[in-house]
Ligand binder design. Structure first.
Ligand code: GDP
Ligand code: K
Ligand code: MG
Length: 292
């Protein structure tokens, strides 16, 4: 017998969704920072064994969309709610002030198993944790509750084993050696975007999109050419920085991660271009893979 299914991870921004998926897959497929809206796409992380295949979906955090890009991000969340075989709803210790009754009502009515993971318990006391479990039992009675630490790997094996038990009988959806649905260039873009999230303040990271124009692999080395797209001339100046120092730092940091990710020497050139209001432009969003 072979089991296979879609296990979709949803939750508020910054609760640790990407950290959990990477931990299960054993690769840094999803970028992680302490900033909300780090994850903009729905990303598959595929874990296969002899008789099972779990297709995890990492998704953007749930937000009220303010512009077209964020609408597309929430469409990824919606589709993850619709096609799950098992739903992982992740919360973090102490987030109960973000109560959303309509959302709870919706997931309580879903007819797939729901695992409600209370993450970051490394930061909580035993008493606080007990209160949290009681609270979530009341809000989402349908869910099985697991207190975990995605970062420290606490109780994540238990969650994984429960997923294996709940997984429906099915042939695999992807070749057994496939790790993700995204092409190599996607991960180049994401690694560069992570460095932008880490190096620039305020609005800058949210105005940025990265596009990789060339990815040429030979036996020894991968040659990459990427473009950082911003919405305004002033943002371009900030990205490049005084004498190009800021952009150089992004390049050095990205290259180090790319070498780890691809296991090869990397040569990378990064340019900055203005692409006015790309975040609000449906055609541009389609081009960057945010829309069908
Ligand atoms: P996402 O926005 O839900 O995908 O969250 P991320 O995976 O990007 O994580 C957001 C932040 O929470 C990062 O700084 C992570 O290192 C941190 N984080 C994730 N899991 C844990 C955990 O179990 N414990 C603690 N203390 N921090 C965590
Ligand atoms: K985040
Ligand atoms: Mg994320």
């Amino acid at each position: 017998m072979h089991k296979s299914g879609f296990v979709n991870i949803i939750g508020n921004p910054n609760v640790g969704k990407s950290t959990l998926m990477n931990a299960f897959v054993g690769e840094r497929l999803s970028i992680i920072t302490s900033k909300a809206q780090t994850t903009r796409h729905r990303i598959f992380g595929i874990v296969s064994g002899d008789d099972f295949q779990i297709v995890f979906s990492d998704t953007p955090g749930i937000i009220k969309p303010a512009y077209e890009l964020q609408h597309s991000m929430m469409d990824f969340v919606k589709s993850a709610l619709e096609d799950a075989d098992i739903l992982i709803y992740m919360v973090e210790v102490g987030e109960k002030e973000l109560k959303d009754e309509a959302f709870f009502a919706k997931i309580n009515k879903m007819n797939v198993p729901i695992l409600l993971l209370i993450n970051k318990i490394d930061k909580s006391s035993q008493e606080e944790l007990e209160n949290q479990v009681a609270y979530w039992k009341e809000q989402v009675p349908k869910a099985e509750i697991f207190p975990i630490s995605a970062l420290e790997g606490f109780q994540t094996a238990e969650v994984f084993n429960r997923i294996l038990e709940l997984l429906p009988e099915s042939p695999p959806f992807f070749p057994k050696d496939q790790l993700t649905d995204k092409p190599e260039r996607f991960f180049v873009n994401e690694i560069i975007r992570e460095k932008i999230l880490l190096n620039y303040k305020k609005e800058i990271p949210y105005a940025v999109e990265v596009e990789t124009e060339a990815f040429v692999e030979s036996e020894q080395i991968i040659h990459i050419r990427s473009v950082i797209m911003v919405e305004r001339e002033t943002q371009k100046g900030i990205i490049i920085g005084h004498k190009g120092e800021a952009l150089k730092k992004v390049g050095v940091q990205a290259r180090a991660d790319l070498e780890k990710f691809f296991g090869k020497q990397i040569h990378i050139e990064i340019f900055v271009k203005v692409n006015k209001d790309w975040r609000s432009n449906a055609r541009q969003l389609r081009r960057f893979g945010y829309k069908e």
